[in-house]
Every structure is written in C-alpha cells, then in structure tokens.
Design a binder for this molecule. Structure first.
Ligand code: ADP
Length: 451
C-alpha cells in the first residue's frame, strides 16, 4: 500500500542515503589525499637522510643506484616498486646523477632548474641537490602494504558507519512518519463517520501546526454541519406549525359552515379570507427565501436615487403611521449617487423594516429613514426610538422564524421578515445589519457598495 507513512519513510531514507554517501565520498577522498601527502613527506625526509649517509660513506655519487633511491611504496612492504622514483639527484656541479621520471642521467641543469631543489649536505658542505617532481598518482598502494590496509579499514569503517546511519534514519523516519500521518488518518476516519450521519463528530487536535489546523477546521465544519442540520429540522417544524395554525382555523370554520352550526356571514368569510391570505404570504416568503438561497432570485435592476426609495417607503406607510401616532421622517444627503437595485425588491425590504419599526414604536415615537455616503459605500438606515431589541435576541433576529416574543406569531408575524430582507440585500451585493439599545430604539443599516 502506498500510504503516506511509507512515502515519508522512503523520503527520510533517501535523504539519509544521499547524506551518508556524500559524507563517505568526501571523507575517503580527503583521507587518501592527506595520507598520500604524509607518505610523500616521510619519504622525502628519509631519502635525503639516506643519501647524505651514502655520500659520507662512498665519498661521491659515482656508484649510486636505484636501490638507494627507492620509490615511496617500496619501503617496508612487499610491493613491486618497479616504477622509477619521482626524484632527480643532481651533483654539486648541476649534472644529473639519477634521472628518475623527468630527467636523464648526465644532463646538465641550470640554476633555475635547481632553485626548487633541496640541498644535500654532508659535514656542512653541499654535495648535491635532490629535486622532487610533482607527486604523481601511482595507482593504489600495493595490496597488503600497511597503507593499503589502513585505507581498507577506513573504507570498512565508513561503510559500517553508513549502514548504521541508514538504519537509524529508517527507524526514526518510520516513527516520525507514523506520528505525522496519524492526524491525517484520524481526520479521514472522521470524514467517514460524518458522512455516515454522525454530524458534529470531533477529532482530537494534537498539534499546533498545519495538521492541528486541519483537525480544527474539520471540527468547525462538523459543528457547522450539525448546527445546519438542526436548523433545517427546526425550520421544517416551524413551517409545518405556521401552516397548520391558519389552516386549522379555515378547516374549523368550513366544518361549522357545512354542518350549519355557523351562519355564512360576510365576517365569517372575512376571517377565512384573512387566514388564507396569511397562508399565501407565508408561502410567498418561503419561496423568496428558497430562491435567494439557490441564488435564483431574479432582480430587475436599474439606477435609483436612494432618497426616492426612502420617500416612497415613507409614503406607503404614512396612513399606518398616522393611525399609530408615529412620525416618519426622511433625511438624505445631497448629490448621492444612484444605486443599481431592483426598486420593487428594495421597497419590500424597506417596507419590512418600517413595518417592524412601526410595530415596536409606541405612540409619539419617531422613525427616521436616512441615506448617506460613507467610505465608498451608500448607507440606507431605518431608525426608530421604540422598544429596542434585547441583547440576547439581537444576534438571532435575522434567523428564520425567530421572534423574540414567541406569542406574537398569531399576529401575522412569521419571523421571516428580516431573514428575507437580508437575503434580498445580499442578492444585491449589499449587507444588512442591526444595532439596538433596549428601550431606546433600533437602527437597521443597509450598506451598498458605491457604483
Ligand atoms: P416578524 O415577522 O416576527 O416581525 P422579523 O424577522 O421581521 O419577524 O423580525 C424578527 C424579530 O426581530 C421580531 O420578532 C422582533 O423581536 C425583532 N425586531 C425587528 N425589528 C425590530 C424593531 N424595529 N424594534 C424592535 N424589535 C425588532
């Protein structure tokens, strides 16, 4: 199975192998180079020593031979030593005595050639020079020489070290991979649980990193889903209840009428008609909400002056306001730009806000409709100095079927008005919010982006 832990483990292993191989190669090369240099330095010192002693005994270079001038790897080992030593021996007149790799015996060298040479001194007198040529890689040290064995054991140490490091990397990688992939596995299992219907299921948040964030977001989503589901159930119950009440009144009246228990007077029909109208409104409201939810609310937009919208609303409610002894005022800033809205839908929104304001404002109160411009937005406000909204109700007034006073539902208040108003404003690209102080009044603010 190509699980996340397997991939992570392999990634750790891969990285560690690269690291180990690189280290091994660098260590090996460096050691070899240093080692070669060490061998060469030793060789040079020993050779000069040997040659001084030879001269002291022989008194000249005449019978010098390759046995005295051995090559670096011949010493002490059983190595071949068949190649010429990388040195040139020159006598005190500058004539080559032993040519080595680069010169022929008998060749006369200039002073310039000799300037890198090491003088050979016997009893304080210079008897010649030794020139060392570049140390040439002469292949591997011969097998079984101490040098060879040293490099061999170094290689082995590097290989063992590398194997050890890779095994540790494998174990740590495996453990780490398991730790990292655990929350992912938990969230995956949790999505299946939620998909199975256990909405609201939570996973433990173990870390503060991205995986912790993932767990947190999942929990939030799960909670939201559970709430949405509960809301849906509540709404279905509310709809059923709200449809049932007027319908049972109509049915009751009809039964009484058909059994002759009730006389068919115009009042009776008026009551029945009122209930039917109420049902019709409720169904219209639900349909508007459903359309807004699915983004299919059709808007016939045209440029409208904000002041005109407010004035029409005020006029529509003037009779009702007069009956209740409430004053409606309109205040609009000069030269406000027009807004692109559906005038009928906006009249519905403003009408709803003003109806609410009228309902909750006592006699002698005042409702102010105002329009203003503020930081690239157009604000339409409906303000009253009525009952206000309790702080515990304020966050819910835009919820569907929310009524702060549950007993009012009989008066034709469905608790859908503000939900619809907000949906319509949002369908226009605007927003609707409310502020309120209990017993002082409320203000509803519609905000549209300018232009
Ligand atoms: P309803 O159809 O019951 O009026 P709304 O959605 O229009 O439903 O309003 C929801 C609740 O918000 C109302 O029940 C009321 O408690 C509160 N509310 C709305 N407007 C005002 C206001 N102007 N003053 C005080 N309370 C208000």
């Amino acid at each position: 199975m190509r699980s996340l832990s397997l991939k992570l483990t392999l990634a750790f292993l891969f990285v560690s192998i690269i690291g180990v191989v690189l280290t091994a190669v660098v260590v090996r090369q460096r050691t070899q180079r240093e080692f070669d240099q060490f061998v060469l330095d030793r060789y040079q010192l020993d050779l000069i020593d040997d040659l001084s002693r030879y001269y002291l005994q022989a008194g000249s270079w005449d019978s010098i031979n390759a046995i005295v001038i051995r090559n670096p790897y011949r010493r002490g080992g059983r190595g071949p030593g068949t190649f010429p030593a990388p040195v040139t021996l020159v006598n005190e007149q500058g004539v080559v005595v032993y040519g080595g790799l680069h010169h022929d015996a008998g060749q006369q060298l200039s002073e310039d050639d000799l300037k890198d040479g090491v003088p050979i001194e016997v009893e304080g007198e210079s008897v010649g020079w030794l020139l060392f040529s570049e140390f040439i890689d002469q292949g591997f040290p011969p097998p079984e020489s101490p040098e060879f064995r040293f490099l061999e054991s170094l290689n082995q140490a590097v290989i063992f070290g590398a194997l050890g490091a890779i095994s540790i990397a494998l174990v740590i990688g495996f453990l780490l991979a398991r730790t990292i992939s655990r929350p992912v596995r938990e969230v995956t299992a949790a999505t299946q649980i939620v998909a199975g219907g256990d909405l609201g299921y939570q996973v433990p948040v173990r870390t503060k990193d991205e995986l912790g964030e993932l767990a947190k977001s999942f929990n939030l989503m799960s909670t939201d889903l559970a709430e949405a589901n509960e809301l849906r159930q509540q709404m279905t119950a509310d709809i059923a209840h709200d449809l049932r009440t007027p319908l049972s009144v109509i049915v009751g009246y009809m039964e009484a009428l058909s059994s002759g228990k009730l006389e068919a007077t115009p009042e009776t029909f008026n009551i029945m008609y009122g209930k039917a109208r109420h049902l019709q409104h409720l169904i219209d409201d639900l349909r508007t909400l459903a359309l807004a939810d699915s983004g299919e609310l059709s808007l016939t937009r045209r440029p409208v002056e904000p002041a005109l919208l407010l004035e029409h609303t005020a006029l529509d409610h003037s009779v009702q306001a007069q009956e209740r002894g409430v004053t409606i005022l309109v205040e609009a800033e000069q030269d406000l730009p027009r807004i692109e809205v559906d005038p009928e839908r906006m009249a519905q929104v403003l009408g709803n806000l003003v109806s609410n304001a009228l309902r909750y404002t006592p006699e002698g109160g005042e409702i102010l409709l105002s329009a203003a411009k503020s930081r690239g937005t157009i604000l339409l406000r409906v303000q009253d100095n009525g009952a206000g909204i309790a702080p515990e109700d304020l966050p819910h007034i835009f919820d569907r079927f929310y009524r702060s006073d549950k007993s009012r539902q009989q008066n034709g208040e469905s608790g859908l008005g503000l939900a619809i108003a907000r949906s319509i404003v949002e369908a226009h690209g605007g927003s609707l919010s409310a502020e309120s102080i209990q017993d002082k009044g409320s203000i509803f603010i519609i905000t549209f982006p300018e232009g």
